[in-house]
Every structure is written in C-alpha cells, then in structure tokens.
Design a protein around this ligand. Structure first.
Ligand code: PLP
Length: 424
C-alpha cells in the first residue's frame, strides 16, 4: 500500500473507485452497528451478577450498626467511605458516597457553585459577570456540556501526552473569571493517557486568581487497566492537602464500569470542610442515597485487592476488542499515512485523528452505512473540533464479530472521506 499523499492523481482516482465500490458493498448489508459510547458488554455485566445475592435476609441489611433499609447517613455508610478511600488513596472522612452516577455529583458541584457558591466563593457564580472553565481537549463531551449548560465560557486547552498543556493552564488561571478545569487523569476520555507526575504536581500546586477555583478531577478509570498490572497513581486530594489548598479539588469515581452502569455507587472526595459544606447543601435536596446498594457493593467488591482481581476479568473481555481495533487500523490505515492513534492500556476509548477536515464527512458516511459512532467534534467544547479530525472509538459494547464488521466499515469510510478531499 502506498501513502495517499504519495499517490499520483490517477492512482488516487483508481483507489477512489475501488473504495467507493467497497462502500457500496457495506451499504448493501443493511447494518445496524454502534460503537458510540463506552458501555460495558453484556459479558462484562454477567461477571458481577453474584452481587445481587449479597443481601438475602434482614441481618444482611445491617451495616456498621445502621439499618440500611431506612433513611439516614446522607454522606454514605462508613464501610462505603472506607472502600472508596482505599481505592483513591485519600482519607475516609474526605469521601461523600453518592448514587448510581458520578456525573450527577459533578453536576451538583457546578450547580451549587452557581446557586450558592463554593466554600471559598465571594458570591454565587450566577452573580458573576462571566465564568470561564478550562476544557482540556479532546475531552469528555458530558463534562463540557455540564459547564456549557450553566452558561460558562468554555476555554479549550490542548491535551499533550502528559495531560493538559500546563504552561497554558498556569497562564489562564491568572484570570479571576477562570473558575475551574475538567480533568480525567487516568486513561483520559478519549486519549487514554495517564497524566504525568509532573502535570499532577503542577495542578495541585496551582495558585489561581479565583479563590474558589475548582479542579474537577474525574477519576472514572482509576482501576481500569486492560493491559498489564494496576498502575499506581498519585492521590490529588493528598497532594492538594499537602500544598495547603485542600479545598481546590473535587475528585469523582464510580463503579459504573466495575459493576452495573447506572446501578452502581459513586463518590466525591474533597477536603473535610468541603465535604461538610456539600453534605449540608445536598441535605436540602435529598434525605439519603441507596444504602442497600452501598452494602451490596462493599460486600461484593470488598476492597481494592479484590476489585483489582475483578478488573482483570473485565480486562480479559476488553483487551481482545482493543487489540482487534488497533490491529485492523494498523493493517488498513497505517500504511496510508493520513491518520494517527495510540493504543491505550486502560479505559474505554481510542482517540483517532484522521486527515484534518474529514472527520465529519467520514462519520456521515458511517451513519449512512449503518454504523453509529460518537459524533465528530463531540470531544471538543461546543462540539466543534477546529481541525475536524478527532474521532472517539468505543469498542467495548459489541461482540468481537460485530466489532470486526464495524471496523471494516469505519476504515472504508475514513478512506473514502480522505480520497474525496484529496481529489476535490
Ligand atoms: N466520567 C467519564 C470520564 C466517563 O467516560 C463516564 C462515562 O463514560 C462518566 C464519567 C460517567 O460516569 P457515571 O456513570 O458514574 O455517571
């Protein structure tokens, strides 16, 4: 195979006709495939069915002397706090245990910053003239949407292989209107990178102009290696505490990709004072979370060691899917030299950068051929990728045979979009 940019016009035209006929073949199959979102497969969900039988009688419902069937313990059962503290590496009294979605806790923090202010706020954010929020990109579309929905101005910060571009972050935080930053520090969505120790240390030691600047530290993939052993990771809560700014960070995690997405338990970690402040505000909107689910999870997952053993079983299902995606890309796309990607070792995504100016077109072609993917631009603030290049691949949900078909369609569409551009 010859790289597209080394081909003569005639060779490109011949290649175009060949790929077009492959595309027509794809369309004729009337496919209905989806690799849009990072959902665990049913084989992964089957792994954890035993969790549902950890409560069978009344005695099972008593935990730490608390009858978990009733109201109470808004900030979480002690055993659930201990569990999350062991996973994240902070202290139990820095943990607030939430319900089935960590995204809801993130939304709650931003929402309360707007309505009531955070602990260090001079006034609620809704009273500020302008709120700017840093969005390392490519990043997680739902993060960006949360801050966009409250009217924040989203400021794009480029991602590097070590995390957000910290020179830029350190300059931007001199502006008091810049109130926070979104971070997915481990197996970032979608790049799959792990922030370097230096990046983490620079983040924890920031001196932002805004007294209530907040690091939204979404550790969604904290134990989610699918290749190799667990990678130990610096705890941001401890680092911010040691740096004398314990209130600057809220960390989040959940069991969405450990047990059942939407039916798991989540947590928020921050300084003891921040947790007390948030618990008071949360107490106005609810009386307690689902503590039966907290004990189900703690009894089933037990501790970090046991959780990591379960994650190895998830990995055995996930790894072949990532392997398949990257080997097809290596075979079909790499020699053509118009795209780049990196195979991650954990998380749920592959971040794929196709020929600039062709991502939207490639995904429109995919849709027409029956393959749904995350929409182009979704990984950037306001859904606009300035290079129209980044595409997020989420290989976890379909079985291997469907994934193989999906990748065949995807490669054909990438080629077709690139050839259309080269021939235009
Ligand atoms: N954070 C990141 C980075 C994610 O990728 C996802 C889901 O894909 C979530 C949060 C959602 O987490 P939860 O199910 O706990 O709301």
């Amino acid at each position: 195979m010859t790289a597209y940019n080394c081909m003569s016009r005639q060779a490109l035209e011949e290649e175009y006709q060949k790929v077009l006929s492959q595309y027509d073949d794809c369309k004729r199959q009337n496919l209905n495939l989806n690799i849009a979102r990072g959902k665990p497969s049913s084989a992964q969900l089957d792994l954890v069915m035993d969790m549902l039988t950890t409560i069978t009688d009344i005695d099972d419902c008593i935990a730490d002397g608390v009858d978990t069937r009733n109201y109470g313990e808004l900030s979480g059962l002690q055993c659930a706090k201990d569990y999350w503290a062991s996973i994240l590496g902070c202290k139990s009294n820095e943990i607030f245990v939430g319900g089935g979605s960590s995204l809801t806790l993130m939304y709650d923090v931003i929402s309360k910053a707007f309505t009531h202010g955070l602990r260090r706020s001079e006034r609620p954010w809704c009273k500020e003239e302008k709120i700017r929020f840093l969005c390392p990109s490519p990043g997680y579309d739902r993060h960006f949407m949360v801050t966009e929905s409250f009217g924040c101005e989203l400021v794009m910060v480029p991602m590097t292989v070590e995390g957000p571009n910290m020179d830029m972050v350190e300059e931007l935080i001199q502006d008091p209107a810049v109130k926070g930053i979104w971070c997915v520090p481990k197996y970032s969505n979608p790049d799959g990178i792990i922030y370097s120790d230096e990046t983490i240390s620079r983040l924890a030691n920031m001196k932002p102009a805004a007294p209530d600047f907040v690091i939204m530290w979404d550790n969604a993939y904290c134990v989610h290696e699918f290749e190799g052993d667990f990678v130990p990771f610096k705890d941001i809560i401890t680092l911010c505490r040691d740096a004398g700014r314990p209130e600057m960070v809220f960390e989040f995690a959940s069991t969405s990709k450990i047990t059942f997405p939407g039916s798991g338990i989540s947590c928020m970690a921050s300084s003891v004072d921040n947790i007390a402040y948030m618990t008071k505000l949360m107490g106005i909107q609810m009386i307690s979370y689902n503590k039966l689910n907290q004990i189900r999870h703690v009894r089933y997952l037990k501790d970090k060691e046991n959780t990591l053993a379960l994650m190895k079983r998830h990995a055995a299902i996930l790894a072949p899917k990532f392997e398949m995606v990257t080997s097809i890309l290596d075979r079909e796309i790499k020699p053509l030299e118009f795209a780049t990607w990196v195979k991650p070792k954990g998380g749920y995504f592959i971040s794929f950068n196709t020929m600039p100016g062709t991502a939207k077109r490639a995904l429109a072609l995919c849709k027409e051929a029956g393959l749904t993917m995350t929409s182009a631009g979704a990984t950037f603030p306001y859904g606009i990728d300035p290079n129209d290049s980044n595409i997020r691949i989420a290989p976890s949900l379909p079985p291997l045979n469907e994934l193989k078909t999906a990748m065949g369609v995807f490669c054909t569409c990438l080629k077709l979009a690139a050839l259309e551009k080269l021939l235009a």
